[in-house]
Design a protein around this ligand. Structure first.
Ligand code: FE
Ligand code: FE
Ligand code: MG
Length: 167
């Protein structure tokens, strides 16, 4: 990495690299949870929900790319073994073992809420100390907030379809 680029970071870079690698693990697990969910989904509105899950999978992978590139820029190494994703991740992995639409939406909403917390924390950690990491965290946080809202809106549509209000 560039030595001046590392020197301007007003944080303990080794500690920052750990935080970034934890987020990196989360992004891969989120990617797979969405990617597989989009394939196995069953139940009402499955086509609309599968389309959203597929888009989110692609966006989670893009987050992994952003985080990996920053890790490398800072002289670190993205986790080299997928086996590390479970022990490093903050947000865990909820297997889409029950592929009903509502269950998948609820699982992925929990994942997004965890991700929002992770990037909010990273923004607080990097504010005024590392503008590049801060900017990456902001870009990702914007998308995680959008993801949560997309899924909650789909869940609301599902509830209205299953239990239409009586007029
Ligand atoms: Fe993400
Ligand atoms: Fe997300
Ligand atoms: Mg979306």
């Amino acid at each position: 990495m560039g030595s001046k680029g590392r020197a301007i970071v007003g944080l303990d870079v080794d500690k920052l690299l750990i935080v970034l690698n934890k987020a990196y693990a989360d992004e891969w697990l989120a990617y797979y949870q969405y990617w597989l969910g989009a394939k196995v989904i069953r139940g009402p509105m499955k086509d609309a929900v599968a389309a959203e899950l597929s888009v989110h999978a692609t966006e989670e992978l893009a987050h992994a790319t952003l985080v990996a590139e920053r890790i490398i820029q800072l002289g670190g190494t993205p986790l080299v073994d997928p086996q590390e994703w479970f022990s490093w991740g903050n947000c865990g992995y909820e297997a889409p073992a029950d592929p009903f639409v509502r269950k998948l939406l609820e699982q992925n909403i929990r994942g997004e809420q965890c991700a929002i917390g992770v990037y909010d924390d990273l923004m607080k950690l990097s504010a005024g100390k590392d503008p590049i990491t801060y900017n990456i965290a902001l870009r990702i946080l914007e998308q995680e907030v959008e993801h949560e809202e997309d899924l909650q809106a789909l869940l609301e549509d599902l509830e209205l379809m299953l239990n239409p209000p009586q007029h």
